[in-house]
Design a binder for this molecule. Structure first.
Ligand code: MSK
Length: 659
């Protein structure tokens, strides 16, 4: 049977359209170009010009004598450094934006979450008593920036990890000193003729990953909340069906919120709406793709048209006037594709220039002016729109569950805490927790299929799922971010919790950098008590079933170093070395309580996750998971009673089972 390329009907429809029109996509290119069987599993070393060396036979070494252990470990840690640099550079830019705001040089921005600023001040050691908010912001911005260039000591945000975790890192010499320092050191160590011991290389890789998760990414998340507001739940829509047939469609794509937030403001400006109307459109429809979408989704309710593999297909609808991109995950194929349509592709970051695209350099000092310029460009394209093909699929969703909101949700301002969540796990109403994150990859069996399968299996098994990045967008498209999904798909215990709190069984926590929200959530669960004292004690797992980017590798590694069993989909990039494969699984688990595994089949990912969660429950002395104990309470009891009556099944409205 032919492989289904995507389980998303909108994507499938557009892929058929692409085939009819003879257009290439990442899907077709992946079919045409099989991955290099040597490099794919880590056998290739191209760190110097004596190679590339291909280590194909047992015992074979590179020209310099590098063994397969050194080669695979070096390749993996270079991926970590690539991912950590991307996330962290994103964080650096936000620190610079906060400084510009504090110094009065970015008049279109303001500090939207003063509480979060004070929290940052606390962990960065910035005094707050008797000081003006902008003074504090200036010091927070400077202190955040100093974390990138710090040479010795410890990153300040490491204190946010549970104490036993910090001690493990200190004992292993793994506490990051400065964000840039760890990235540079990995690049140095992996240069030809340097570190030639896989254990030492892998340790440096984890230190670098920690500099990302507990450093650059955490700062990026916190600074974004300070500048644009800490997310709280709001509703929105997803998938290509939200493109409008009679409005100007403007798409934001990439990762940084600084420009997309301003574009959202500009799109609501009556002057811009009038301008769109003057071009024959009924208005302006702003939507997003990838993680910029997640940023404006969870703060402004801007809809998302899809995840990573939808970017080309969106242009092929012929309905997009302009796609504006900032950084990361932007396919080079977009530029020639846009030229076939009336779509303008606009780059904005000094770090991302794309041949054929229009570059409008973003400058936060005149952010709104630039945003309006881009919106006008989009409107100018509307009269050039030709035939369109918009797949009519869209889904309702609820997004925006920050760590802070979860606290509030479980006790209000008065007594917000994670106690109810921990209690639910301790009693067995919840079996555990899972983070399902990461990209799409045309190499996986079907686009979105692995994300969807593991997420549905988890919630069916009473595991609360949190998601970020393209995984979260996948869940959005299949209705898993809607509270109703709990009624239909969640196990009995999880369903009761969702009914009581009015939340979906899958919580959208944000963009790629917001995996740091999962870290702070896990830290609070560990500190709350009842589930051990460290993150590694919690019955939980992390998965990136369809990963493709170096950022995902870095994320996976900082989860492992934080004590989480982390499963990556697809083939292992270190498969060529049994020693390294075993090291990142068994030895890392012994040292850190978290292990790193690459598993191709989603069924196996779920089986291993459930076994791990149950083993953690047992180690904590918690009761075995037993779904029959729950399901008789909750606000949906009346509904289920009425359904049973309608079907003529035995039913009691006053069942006390499980209470
Ligand atoms: S956008 S890194 S494809 S999650 Fe953050 Fe999606 Fe992966 Fe890019």
């Amino acid at each position: 049977m032919a492989k289904i390329k995507s389980i998303d009907p909108a994507v499938s429809e557009m892929l058929e359209q692409a085939e009819k029109e003879g257009l290439s996509t990442a899907f077709s290119r992946a079919e045409d170009m099989k991955p290099c069987p040597i490099g794919h599993v880590g056998r290739c070393c191209k760190h110097c010009h004596m190679g590339p060396c291909r280590l194909m036979k047992p015992g074979q070494t590179g020209v310099c004598g590098a063994t397969i252990e050194t080669v695979t470990a070096r390749n993996l840690v270079r991926m970590i450094a690539g991912g950590a640099s991307a996330h962290s550079d994103h964080g650096r830019d936000l620190a610079l934006t906060l400084l510009a705001v504090a110094e009065g040089e970015a008049p279109d921005y303001r500090i939207r979450d003063k509480g979060k600023l004070l929290l940052m001040a606390e962990y960065l050691g910035v005094p707050i008593k008797g000081r003006e908010i902008l003074e504090i912001a200036q010091d927070v911005g400077s202190k955040a920036l100093s974390q990138f260039g710090q040479q010795t000591g410890e990153l300040l945000s490491v204190q946010r990890a549970p104490k036993p975790r910090q001690e493990i890192w200190r004992r292993l010499g793994m506490v990051p000193r400065g964000i840039d320092r760890e990235v540079v050191e990995v690049m140095h160590r992996t240069h030809v003729g340097n570190d030639q011991d896989h254990e030492s290389l892998l340790k440096a890789g984890l230190r670098c990953a920690l500099a990302d998760g507990w450093g650059g990414s955490m700062l990026a998340t916190d600074l974004t909340d300070v500048l644009f507001g800490t997310p709280s739940p709001l509703s929105a829509r997803s998938n290509l069906g939200i493109l409008s047939d009679d409005e100007v469609n403007l798409i934001v794509h990439g990762h940084e919120p600084t420009l997309s937030e301003m574009i959202a403001v500009a799109c609501m400006d009556p002057e811009m709406i009038e301008y769109a109307k003057s071009k024959g459109a009924k208005g302006i429809n702003l939507a997003g793709i990838c993680c910029t979408a997640n940023e404006v989704l969870m703060r402004q309710g801007v809809g998302t048209i899809g995840n990573f593999l939808s970017q080309e297909l969106a242009v092929m609808t012929g309905a997009i006037e302009l796609m504006v991109v900032d950084i990361q995950c932007i396919m080079e194929a977009l530029s020639p594709l846009c030229e076939r349509y009336h779509t303008s592709l606009v780059t904005t970051s000094p770090k991302v220039h794309i041949h054929g695209a229009t570059h409008i350099g973003f400058d936060e000092h005149r952010a709104l002016d630039i945003a309006k310029q881009i919106v006008r460009m989009a409107c100018d394209n509307y009269p050039k729109r030709g035939k369109t093909h918009i797949p009519q699929f869209q889904t309702e969703l609820v997004a925006g569950f920050s760590h802070e909101y979860l606290n509030y949700l479980m006790g209000g301002y008065y007594r917000g805490s994670f106690r109810p969540l921990n209690d639910a796990i301790m009693t067995g109403r919840l079996r555990g927790v899972a983070g399902v994150v990461g990209c799409n990859n045309p190499r996986t069996s079907s686009h979105d299929a692995a994300h969807d399968y593991v997420t549905r299996e988890f919630i069916k098994n009473d595991i609360l799922v949190v998601q970020t990045g393209c995984g979260a967008i996948s869940a959005a498209k299949f209705g898993l971010l809607a509270p109703e999904a709990a009624m239909e798909l969640a196990g009995p215990g999880l369903r009761e919790i969702c009914e009581t709190l009015g939340i979906p069984p899958v919580l959208h926590l944000g963009s790629c950098v917001d995996n740091s929200r999962i870290l702070t959530t896990l830290a609070q669960m560990a500190n709350e008590g009842g589930l051990g004292t460290d993150i590694s004690d919690i019955p939980g797992v992390g998965l990136a079933p369809e990963w493709m980017s170096e950022k995902a590798i870095s994320i996976g590694c900082y989860f492992v170093a934080s004590g989480v069993y982390t499963i990556m989909g697809g083939k292992s990039p270190v498969e060529a070395s049994e020693v390294v494969s075993e090291y990142i699984s068994k030895v890392w688990e012994e040292q850190l309580g978290g292990k790193y595994e690459f598993i191709e089949e989603p069924e196996e990912m779920v089986a291993r996750s459930l076994a791990h969660i149950d083993a953690k429950r047992q180690a904590l002395g918690l009761p075995d998971y037993d779904p029959t104990r729950y399901g008789a309470s909750g606000d949906g009891m009346l509904l289920r009673y009425l359904e049973a009556v309608e079907k003529g099944e035995p039913a009691s409205l006053y069942s006390t089972k499980g209470l």
